[in-house]
Design a protein around this ligand. Sequence first.
Ligand code: 0O2
Length: 212
Amino acid sequence: MTPAPDHFTGEELSQLGNRLVLYRCALRLVETQLTNLNEFYLAGSDPNPIEHIKSRMKSAESIAHKLALRGLPVTAESAADHLTDIAGARIICCYAKDIADIATILKSHRDLTVVTEKDYVTHPKPSGYRSYHLVVRVTPDGAFGDRSVPVEIQIRTAAMDFWASLEHRVRYKYDGDIPEHLSAELRASAEKTHELDNRLYLIHELVDLINA
Ligand code: 0O2
């Protein structure tokens, strides 16, 4: 039997291209809401909890890879049916405590309908990964009618982000199959990163108390 393709055929790639327009528009709306949130914090008298905001569209190659890895057909329809992180935004904040506050604000936003919420900050993944994931459905409206698409918003500290980028690179290099000694090292670093986040927050609180 011929194995299922692990890449998009020409026709499917063109179908995917058509579908991605809606995702790009939805992501732009989310970016605007996150920029507005940043503006709100900047205008206040307290320090801004947002370090920076990033966003990205998943490449066709990466979409195909994820579908193939899950044993799903590599088609535009399958991507739309099964993947919720084709469009993604990431908020990097200063302290772990800020994550829940930002998530609460986003969850109350009337333009963002929360579909799933995953708290890998208090419940890290076995890899050691920590981050807060919100999948929201967004309706770009206008010419698109009432069609909506998911956008994944990840909220994490700078330390968590640094760790995740490194782990992602290692995972990519070993094609997902990281040798045990490296996984153990990464898990240990994740714990150290968590400890660092806690210690930095403690210093921040102490300085606040001294200045009060
Ligand atoms: P890229 O290049 O970042 O887009 P699920 O397990 O599916 O129920 P989850 O974890 O929310 O729920 O979804 P998924 O699809 O496993 O992960 C979504 C994204 O979260 C990933 O996208 C990563 O960005 C990040 N992520 C999740 N787990 C880990 C991890 O163990 N290590 C790192 N470094 N990142 C993780 P992609 O598609 O992997 O990659």
